[in-house]
Design a protein around this ligand. Structure first.
Ligand code: ADP
Ligand code: MG
Length: 449
């Protein structure tokens, strides 16, 4: 590899990891030599070397190999006089440059988490639309954007997608993405090093602040306090804030009320649990990628449908299952059949087996709405009984693998069309009626707990 090739590669990296990351981490390093399959890069500090190796190592290696270089491994060597620009003037304090470095960059963005790779379905269409809106980088219309939803439903994916898009469309904006945990870590570090002024200045100088998993700061009083001030300062300057959490602002325990109400001021949207269609869509889109990675591998009909049906916990598990399946099939050189799938994924399939019963749902829902079980199953059609009944039917459809006729039978021998009507009705109400949406969420959580 030559310096020119490294130059070309840098351009590719810039596109993939974005300007901020590039400036902070890639610009300071330079190409040293390629020897015996090992490409050595010169870095100004060990810290940068480690960081680049951990976060961008695979990517660099991948791009190198793609460009035809015969590289097995990459290595980093600290060199006092790298040809590249030193990132920071290190004369400011006697602190090692490490802490200053980590202050400047946000968390690295996953190059796979873009809008293009985000599959949109009913459960996430609102969240996706809101995310795309703020990603346009136009005038701030809702502040903050608050995205919430259970584990593995795509919150981080959407956050990264926004950051990528903003970097591409508005390179002039200073976008900072980090997890709430990192926010706390930096805050604590700034306190310890008596550099609170730097900390405040940094966070108040961004144009877009993105904080992932904000529930993390609940119960951590001084971090909350600082977060609150940062938040207010940015909102006052009309800077966009984007927050994610695993539940709605009001439901985060040990979060100060004034923060809760601040978080509710903008647009609050949730990612609903995936439905069958979305899961199938996600699987199909992943398989497209695998067809390139494993050309010639055969996939039998019905396998994806089976997985979408059986693995409904979260997308991360679904993806993991598919990855394992393709890797396994390509190793043994066999077609991906239903048998192979069941063999290879028996543990995952067992773990995600439906355990919630129709009876359990009926009991919980009756309890929630304060009616008797007999009233829920009985023939009366007054609203006070009919609505809870429909809610229970809906949950049975969502959370069990029972068919509509089976569900009907357990609701006092009702016809499957009645069940279908009930399910549809609740689906409609879920998007129109905040109370119903909240009830459903609460019930689902308590049933899945
Ligand atoms: P969360 O932050 O909500 O826990 P992530 O954003 O980390 O979840 O998502 C978990 C995994 O599932 C990631 O690999 C992500 O790319 C994938 N994923 C989630 N939702 C979707 C979707 N709608 N389309 C494509 N991939 C998705
Ligand atoms: Mg996440």
């Amino acid at each position: 590899m030559t310096q020119e090739q490294w130059g070309v590669l840098q351009q590719d990296l810039l596109k993939t990891i974005g300007q901020n990351n590039f400036k902070t981490w890639i610009e300071p390093i330079s190409f040293g030599e390629l020897n015996d399959g090992v490409a050595t890069f010169l870095v100004p500090t060990n810290f940068i070397g480690n960081y680049v190796s951990q976060n961008f190592g695979d990517l660099i290696l991948h791009q190198l190999t793609k460009s035809g270089a015969l590289v097995r491994r990459i290595a980093f060597k600290v060199a006092a006089n790298t040809t590249a620009r030193p990132v920071q003037q290190q004369a400011i304090t006697s602190k090692p440059e490490e802490s200053r470095e980590s202050d400047m960059a946000g968390a690295p963005l996953d190059p796979r988490f873009t809008f293009d790779s985000f599959v949109v379905g009913k459960p996430n269409e609102l969240a996706n639309a809101a995310a795309r809106r703020v990603a346009e980088g136009g005038p701030v219309t809702f502040n903050p954007l608050f995205l919430y939803g259970g584990v593995g439903l795509g919150k981080t994916h959407l956050m990264h997608a926004i950051a990528w898009e903003l970097q591409a469309r508005r390179p002039d904006l200073n976008v900072l993405y980090l997890s709430a945990e990192q926010f706390m870590y930096r805050f604590v570090q700034a306190l310890r090093d008596r550099r609170m002024m730097d900390f405040k200045e940094l966070f108040r100088s961004v144009d877009v602040l993105m904080v992932d998993d904000v529930q993390f700061i609940a119960g951590k009083d001084s971090t909350q306090e600082e977060f609150f001030h940062t938040f207010n300062a940015l909102v006052d300057q009309n800077k966009q804030i984007i927050i994610s959490a695993d539940r709605a602002p009001g439901e985060i325990k040990d979060l100060e009320d004034r923060i809760k109400s601040r978080l509710q001021c903008g647009l609050v949207v949730d990612l609903h649990p995936t439905d069958y269609e979305l899961r199938l869509g996600i699987l199909q889109s992943k398989v497209e990628g695998y067809r390139v990675q494993y050309p010639g591998l055969q996939l039998a009909d019905g396998v994806l449908e089976f997985l979408a049906h059986r693995i409904s916990t979260n997308v991360r598990v679904l993806e993991g299952a598919l990855t394992r399946l393709f890797a396994f099939a390509s190793l043994v050189g066999r077609e991906i059949t239903m048998e192979l799938t069941q063999d290879c994924l028996s543990d995952v399939l067992r773990a995600s087996e439906r355990k919630i019963s129709v009876e359990e749902i009926q009991r919980k829902v009756a309890e929630h709405y304060n009616i008797r079980l007999s009233e829920m199953i009985g023939p009366k059609r007054v609203r006070t009984f009919a609505r809870p009944r429909q809610v229970a039917m809906y949950l049975c459809k969502q959370l069990t693998s029972r068919s509509l006729p089976e569900i009907g039978r357990r609701f006092g021998g009702r016809d499957h069309t009645t069940v279908m009507h009930g399910v549809k009705r609740i689906e409609e109400l879920r998007s129109q009626d905040g109370q119903i949406a909240e009830d459903l969420e609460l019930l689902r959580r308590s049933l899945e707990a």
